[in-house]
Write a protein that binds this ligand. Structure first.
Ligand code: ZN
Length: 359
């Protein structure tokens, strides 16, 4: 039975050394004891992998194992506890991704590191059997991180800026994993030129964050908000409030505006609006939420009631048709009062088009 060992923290010279290979023909008690200690130490903590130098043993041994409750990574799968002796890897493609990493040797701090997504891994198990396998995504990232330890490298040296570091607390507070993820990429910028005008220079624009998108029922119909007096159509969504993260804001908006509790099933990215005449910029995080419960309780304001607000359920194609028709009429209008509305409707049109394109 192994014992829990105090994990060495960054700055400790033991983490800076290149480790020695293990003699595979002589997996002796020393090696097996180290393996047991690594297993117990990993299981005791909340880490997902550990390398021998982290418990001050200068040998090329790593142990990985990710339990569901400990995984904070996007698209991560559960990984059974696995011992790898003399692990080596090679990339199978040039494809990489960037995600926050943490390390038991670096308390509280996380950093964004670029890793290969597809690798071929070769190692020996405790019985000295050679194992070769292809691994991908989160598992591949984990192995690359642990193998770096065997060469005296801690992930901090590989963090990509700008703003590559964050505390664990702030990652949660600002939903940094979600915001900086690849699938949160910007897919459209709505500008004055788009609505037939001309942008003026913005200075320190007022910035607002929003969360919006598609709320879809089991029958495939999606929620569209209609202000019938103005013949205006929009998708559910609104501003992110206080300490909310974008996903929480989207769920709240969906509940308020459609009366439905939703579960987020997809992420479409971000869309930005530059209303230069108002010196106003809005970044919206766009999601797809599946209705899990319809409470039939809408929170419509007095103003919205006066505007003849009603909730419609339409197929996505029909919704796009309505939004497009509304937009064409708005663009033809010369009234300055519809300036903002043009942005809103074009934004929602772009969201619907993206949704239909990705579907
Ligand atoms: Zn580490």
């Amino acid at each position: 039975m192994g014992k829990v060992i105090q994990v060495r923290e960054v700055g400790d010279p033991v983490l800076e050394k290149v480790c020695d290979e293990v003699d595979i023909n002589n997996i002796n008690k020393d090696v097996l004891d180290t393996i047991e200690d690594l297993k117990v130490t990993l299981e005791y903590g909340t880490g997902l992998g550990i390398a021998a130098p982290q418990i001050a043993v200068n040998k090329r041994i790593i142990v990985v194992g990710a339990k569901k409750e400990n995984i904070n990574y996007n698209d991560a799968e559960e990984i059974p506890l696995t011992v790898m002796i003399n692990p080596i890897w090679k990339k199978l493609s040039e494809e990489t991704d960037i995600q926050y990493e943490g390390c038991m040797s670096v308390p509280s701090i996380r950093g964004r590191v670029e890793r290969y997504k597809n690798i071929e891994l070769t190692y020996y198990n405790e019985k000295g059997e050679k194992i070769i396998k292809e691994i991908h995504g989160f598992f591949a990232r984990l192995v690359q991180h642990e193998c770096d330890h065997l060469d005296g490298i801690v992930f901090l040296e590989k963090v990509k800026g700008p703003n590559g570091f964050a505390t664990v607390k702030n990652i949660k507070k600002y939903n940094l994993r979600g915001r900086k993820e690849k699938n949160m990429e910007l897919f459209y910028k709505v500008t004055d030129e788009d609505i037939g005008g001309k942008s003026v220079k913005m200075e320190n624009p007022k910035l607002r964050h929003g969360a919006r998108g598609i709320v879809i029922r089991e029958d495939g119909k999606i929620a569209v908000f209609n202000k019938s007096n103005k013949n205006e159509f929009k998708l559910p969504g609104g501003g992110i409030e206080g300490e909310e993260n974008p996903k929480e804001a989207f769920k709240r908006e969906a509940l308020e505006e459609t009366g439905c509790e939703v579960e987020i099933i997809d992420t479409l990215g971000t869309i930005e609006e530059y209303k230069s005449k108002n010196n106003f910029k809005q970044i919206s995080y766009v999601f797809v939420g599946k209705v899990i419960k319809d409470t039939k309780q809408l929170h419509v304001t007095k103003k919205e009631k006066d505007e003849g607000a009603k909730l419609l359920w339409e197929t996505p194609e029909k919704a796009l048709e309505l939004v497009k028709g509304c937009y064409d009429k708005l663009v033809a209008s010369k009234y300055a009062s519809v300036y903002s509305t043009k942005f809103v409707v074009l934004r929602d049109r772009k969201i619907l088009e993206r949704y239909l394109n990705l579907k």
